[in-house]
Ligand binder design. Structure first.
Ligand SMILES: NC(=O)c1ncn([C@@H]2O[C@H](COP(=O)(O)O)[C@@H](O)[C@H]2O)c1NC=O
Length: 509
């Protein structure tokens, strides 16, 4: 079988007409017979090309407001007929069905319409039926037909036609068919998810059309790929390619930093946990306070801030060996300083995370949950002791609870005004988490008198408040909810401590 096919006829039906001009010119140059639908036909004719209206083939006008225009045996017969199949040949001859060698479609913009907040009826009208059918038919018959299933593929069609003198090869057509089924299945997944917002149909469809191959997976002998639009979220200004672990840490860093709205903050993360977090009057101050919490763990860390990195901050940051820095922007001078290390990954974060759901593969499936979008605020506080907290203490409690929320369970966070002192992370018991936090804070020279203690989940026993009180910690924030809450409350009351309940647990597994 000769795999190279000369394109003699094309059906073009596209929503967005732009960038089609050079394709039309090429088809004209190769004397390709062009069939087309209403708006597309007009656009092509304006380019000076002759077009056969699809109505001339079907014998029907476009009806039902455009819901039916190409859906006809004379169109689909011309696409689906196998050129070397006797029965197909005699059928197409008998019914005078013209062969169509190339199909170019750009679908109605369903996703764009949903995102625009359009009404349900407008959204329904943007479900393309004829176009998707053309795409699937042409892709099925890739042995004989070339399918261009989106405006994003015009450039590749142009180069194939130029390079191969108006012809396509089997490999081209098969690859384009795979791309076509990618387009059609992605389109249908979006429609399904729109229809199944309440989850009535027990099925999971997650579709991403972009991907980035990562430096490697969790370890160098594992391969890794990110499925999604990384470039839409970050500009990488410097450094080596991102790895799987980088992305896991970057995600944790970005989620933590999203908690700090309206104040300059800086965080240093290792293996998804913060080892330094602080707010400050400027990035340099916030960084130095964050770094002070653990000058050892910061080595090789993932750093994040929510304000422009200026020269003063960059000079300090440059003294540290770190893996990744994420910021909304960098001054020219800061960039010059930070780019001095060629492997150092510098990212500009352009947008936040707007996903409402989280997914993870486990066992032989995928687990899904709502993202934890609850940030504990002073309005949530319920003081359960006689000693109440003042405004400044409340601010520190909010600060500490934000960090606890983004730290692996079990965690205990110790903080003073706008500064993480230490935390115990991912421990199998809450007491161990507290002991780890106390030891770390002391190691890095912090005085615990006046510090607050935040816990991601309730205290099952009064042991943590006892240990904390003996270290001079007098203010505690926790969700509450243990059947033994009263034991911790009684201990706090007996020792003139304050205890605040938030009512929301923040486990992070
Ligand atoms: N109904 C049909 O038979 C049909 N055939 C093609 N389309 C779509 O109509 C659009 C082009 O329409 P026009 O050329 O009239 O601007 C394309 O996005 C194409 O995918 C159709 N429209 C929707 O289903």
């Amino acid at each position: 079988m000769s795999s190279r096919i000369k394109i003699k006829s094309a059906l073009i039906s596209v929503y967005y007409k732009n960038n089609l001009e050079s394709i039309i010119q090429l088809l004209k140059d190769h004397d390709v017979e062009i069939y087309s639908t209403g708006g597309t036909q007009k656009f092509i004719e304006d380019q000076g090309a002759t077009v056969i209206p699809v109505e001339d083939v079907t014998g029907y006008p476009s009806i039902l407001g455009g819901r039916v225009k190409t859906l006809h045996p004379k169109v689909f017969g011309g696409i689906l007929s196998r050129r070397e199949h006797q029965q197909d040949l005699s059928d197409t001859q008998q019914y005078e069905i013209p062969a169509i060698d190339l199909v170019i479609v750009d679908l109605y913009p369903f996703e764009e319409t949903v995102l625009s907040g359009a009404s349900e009826s407008d959204i329904i009208e943007k479900i393309d039926i004829g176009g998707i059918s053309l795409i699937r038919a042409a892709a099925k018959n890739f042995k004989d037909v070339t399918i261009i299933s989106s405006k994003d593929q015009y450039e590749s069609l142009e180069s194939i036609l130029k390079e191969k003198d108006g012809c396509t090869d089997l490999e081209d057509r098969k690859l384009l068919a795979a791309q076509a089924f990618d387009v059609s299945s992605h389109y249908d997944s979006l429609i399904f998810n729109y229809f199944n917002q309440e989850g009535a149909v027990e099925s999971f469809k997650y579709s991403e059309q972009q991907q980035q191959v990562l430096r490697y997976g969790e370890n160098p002998h594992q391969q890794g790929v990110f499925h999604g639009d990384l470039q839409g979220m970050f500009d990488q200004l410097n450094g080596k390619a991102l790895s799987y672990n980088n992305l896991v840490d970057i995600d944790a860093a970005v989620c933590l930093m999203a908690e700090f709205d309206g104040e300059i903050a800086f965080a240093i993360l290792k293996h998804t946990n913060a080892c330094g977090v602080a707010t400050g009057a400027n990035v340099k101050e916030a960084y130095l306070k964050a770094f002070a919490a653990d000058t050892v763990s910061a080595f090789g860390g993932v750093l994040v801030t929510n304000a422009e990195v200026d020269e003063a901050a960059a000079e300090e940051l440059n003294k540290l060996f770190f893996e990744v820095l994420i910021a909304p922007s960098y001054s020219e001078q800061a960039l010059q300083i930070l780019k001095s290390k060629k492997n150092r990954i510098l990212l500009v974060q352009k947008i936040g995370i707007d996903a409402k759901k989280q997914f993870k593969s486990l066992l032989n499936g995928v687990i899904e949950q709502d993202r934890d979008l609850k940030t504990d605020s002073i309005e949530d506080f319920k003081v359960v002791t006689d000693r109440v907290t003042n405004a400044e203490e409340n601010e520190t409690l909010v600060f500490a609870s934000k960090i606890a929320k983004h730290t692996k369970s079990n965690t205990i966070v110790l903080a003073k005004k706008g500064q993480l002192l230490s935390s115990g992370v991912g421990q199998t018991s809450r007491v161990d988490a507290l002991k780890q936090a106390i030891e770390k804070a002391k190691h890095f020279g912090f005085e615990l008198q006046g510090a607050v203690m935040a816990s991601d989940a309730f205290f099952p026993f009064p042991d943590c408040v006892e240990i904390a009180q003996k270290e001079g910690i007098e203010i505690v924030i926790q969700p509450g909810g243990s059947i033994k809450d009263q034991a911790s409350i009684d201990y706090c009351k007996a020792h003139n401590m304050s205890m605040v309940f938030t009512g929301t647990r923040h486990f992070k597994h």
